[in-house]
Structures are given as structure tokens and as C-alpha cells.
Ligand binder design. Sequence first.
Ligand SMILES: [Zn+2]
Length: 158
Amino acid sequence: MISLEVSGNVIQVEDHILSFIKEKRQLLFSNFESGGMLLGCIEEGTDILVINDFTLPLKTDTQTRTRFIRNKNHNKLLRNKWIKSGGTTMYLGEWHTHPEVDPNYSSQDFRNWNDLLKKSNTFSGYLLFLISGTHYFKIWVGNRKNKKLKLVYRGEFD
Ligand SMILES: [Zn+2]
């Protein structure tokens, strides 16, 4: 599990999410970008935000070697998970892959993330943005109040 601290708030990312994303790395030239939502909840009796679920790429998404555009069908999945969990599972951000060793966000990613910080309907004051390269992955946290983006984690796949 990855534990992050953002302005005194603890955010945890469960290992099974990283194991899945690791399998989606673009190790071959023919691999397309993958992505989806990061989902989670506030751990009962605490203020800890736990990322414990995600959505997988859907057939309706746009996937090329250098592009991933999430289709709105992910919102339906989120809604189902929200209902099933009794209203505790919420939207907490985005993940996607890049065909590069050590990933950085593109100008398109930056614009998308800013839009999401403005428009997302969630209880969380923060959104997490994870990009997986072929050897490293990075997590940025966006603050929904001041729209600031901060790199909070750089991990290496073994
Ligand atoms: Zn990107």
C-alpha cells in the first residue's frame, strides 16, 4: 500500500490497483494507452481517504498509442458502485498509461485534470492523477479549492 500525506490528510492507494496498472504498462510498441477512474472511500471512523477501486478501459473509450480518452460510460460504472456501496464509494481521480519510461503529464492531461478539478462531483477536496510509464509511475494530487497540482509520489515497478 502507498500512503501519501497531503496537507496533513492521509491518502492510501491499495496494492491491487498498482498490480493491475502494472499489467497495463505499454511495454510493446503495439500497446495502446489504458486508463480509467480511481475510486475509493473515507475509511470508517477516520479521515483517511482510501483508493480501493478503479474502472477498467471500456470498448467505448478512445485508445491509441499516445492517447486515452475516457468515455462517459465510466460514469455509469461509478454510479453502480456508488449505489452498491450504500453511497460510500466515490470518484477520486484518474489513472492512465504512457508509452514512456518515466511519465510526465502532457498539456492535454493538464487541461483535462484542471477541468476535472473544476467540474467533478465528489465529496473529496482532492483528486489523484496517476500516470504509469513503463518503469516508473507517478501520482499527482490536485486541490479542488485552489486547483493546484502537486507531484506527491514517484514509484518504480519491480
Ligand atoms: Zn497522458
